[in-house]
Structure formats: C-alpha cells, structure tokens
Design a protein around this ligand. Structure first.
Ligand SMILES: Nc1nc2ncc(COP(=O)(O)O)nc2c(=O)[nH]1
Length: 287
C-alpha cells in the first residue's frame, strides 16, 4: 500500500504540503509528444505510476488524450477506456490521482473510480458541463490557460504582452467558475506552457511567474520535456532539438526555479529529479 510522501494537509480540497508538490505524469496515450505509447497498456501504465510514486510523486496525473500540437482527439469512450483501469488500480494503492481530461463525462467516471482532482487543460472551455460537475462534486480543479484544441492552438499564439493577457484570460475563467458556483478555494491555475504559446512566450511566463500571484490561486507549472526546452538545448552543430527523453535535467531546473518563485505544484515525467529539485528550492529559501 502506498503511503503519502509527507503528511497531507488538505487545505480546502487542494493537496498542500510545505513545499512545491510534484505531480507525476502517466499518459495512457499512443501519441503524447514525450512518451507516446510507452504506457498505453493499462498494466504498463499502472506499473509506471507505481514507479513514479516510489520516486517521490505526491500525486499522479492520469490522462487518456494527447494534447500535443496537432493531435487528433480520441472518442470519449476510448479516453474513458484508457484511463479508468489505471485510475482504479492506483487509487486502490492509496495514491492521490488527478484525471487529465477536458470532458465532464470522463471526469465524472474518473472521480467514481477514485480520482480526487480534475486537471482540465481547457479550463472548462472544451465542455460546457465541466464547471457544473466541478461545482456539484466540489472537486479540486486545475484550470489551465487555453485558447483552443491542439489541432490548431498554435495559430492562436498571438500576444502583445503574454503575461498580462494570460493573467487576464485566467481571470475570466475565475469569473466563469465563480458564476458556476465552484468553490474557488479548491481551484489551482496553470499558465499552460506550450498551449497557444511559442518558446519566447513560455520563457516570458516563467521569467515573470511571480506576477501570477495577483490571481491569488495556487499555480501548477507543466514544463516537463516540452519543445521549448528541446530548442534551448539544441545541438550546436546541427541545430537538432534535444530529444524529449533527454530534457529531464532541464525540466528539474525549471521545477526548482518555479518552486522558488512560489509554484504550488510542478508536473513532471521524470519525478525523481524534480522531487529533489523542489526540496533544494525549499531548503534554499528557508531562513
Ligand atoms: N495542467 C496541465 N496539464 C497538462 N497536461 C498535458 C500537457 C502536455 O504535456 P504531456 O503530453 O507531456 O502530458 N501539459 C499540461 C500542462 O502544462 N498543464
């Protein structure tokens, strides 16, 4: 039976400990950009989730729809088929699970199967029923900044001031959640790195991360293995981006810096490096 990494204080539903949390990524998809297909079989995904918990993941994010740029959407039934057995098994181990879905129907079944949080990259824009579900079930909810589905989201990466505009658009989401009767004390926000954002936008958001404090909600940062890190670390001779599976050191560096800037949680494919990184950030900032 898995035991939590540290004493949990559920402050109004969102899990909280006295450092930045680490959310391990379990993509049960054939085509996610960073690990597509590796954990597509339930047994492999469950085994991987247990490995991430052993590496120090505070919670696991189980998703059945790839959101990489250009991705085609699976049918709701297929998305459900992918995630439910994995959520059931890992929740039975005692793990804290968020379901990474934009669909209220999938989220409801995931909650019934033992998930304790909904991670919605669309912030409720992809499914008009999502906010009502979150309000009714009083589920801790991650609301990410989003400007449309992966199939064409990079066409919407136009900003005058990306930080000001992402903050404003997340503010609109907060109002929509408030109107839907959602208990905002159970809501975390996420700037959506790589979603309708290019590399410069991502770096500007990270550089100015503290400005998001104006929204007065915990922040989740999902930088792990993303293309902007690959481009930063491109081969100097060939210009070839660093492959996704070799971006974990850079991902951990972002985790440390995001934690130092006050992030509530970081989302990581390789948990161990980021688990160490957030502990370094905590001790560094401790008087
Ligand atoms: N809250 C949140 N959820 C996410 N889900 C998927 C991906 C895409 O990355 P993946 O395909 O490696 O999971 N990124 C995020 C993110 O940045 N934030």
């Amino acid at each position: 039976m898995w035991v939590g990494t540290e004493a949990w204080r559920h402050v109004d539903g969102l899990p909280v400990v006295d450092r930045c949390l680490v959310m391990g990524v379990v993509n049960v998809t054939p085509d996610s950009f960073s690990d597509g297909g590796e954990w597509f079989e339930p047994a492999a995904a469950i085994k991987h989730g247990r490995e991430l918990l052993a590496e120090g993941a505070d919670l696991l994010d189980v998703g059945g729809e790839s959101t990489r740029p250009g991705a085609e959407r699976p049918a709701p039934e297929e998305e459900t088929r992918r995630v439910l057995p994995v959520i059931e098994a890992l929740a039975a181990d005692g793990a804290l699970i968020s379901v990474d879905t934009m669909r209220a129907g999938v989220a409801a079944l995931a909650l019934d199967a033992g998930a304790v949080m909904i991670n919605d990259v669309s912030g409720g824009q992809a499914d008009p029923d999502m906010h009502a579900l979150v309000a009714e079930r009083r589920t801790p909810y991650v609301c990410m900044h989003w400007r449309g589905h992966s199939i064409d989201m990079q066409n919407k990466a136009e900003y005058d001031d990306v930080v000001a505009e992402v903050i404003a658009e997340l503010g609109e989401r907060i109002e929509a959640m408030r109107s839907a009767g959602i208990d905002l004390s159970r809501v975390a926000l996420d700037p959506g790195l790589g979603f309708a954002k290019n590399a410069d936008h991502n770096w500007e958001i990270l550089r100015r991360l503290r400005e998001f404090a104006v929204l007065e909600r915990p922040l989740l940062i999902g930088a792990s293995r993303k293309a902007f890190l690959g481009r930063l670390l491109a081969d100097e001779q060939t210009g070839e981006p660093r492959p996704a599976v070799r971006r974990d050191e850079a991902s951990a560096a972002v985790s440390a810096l995001a934690a130092a800037a006050g992030a509530w949680c970081v989302r990581a494919h390789a948990v161990a490096p980021s688990a160490d990184a957030v502990r370094v950030a905590k001790r560094w900032g401790t008087v």
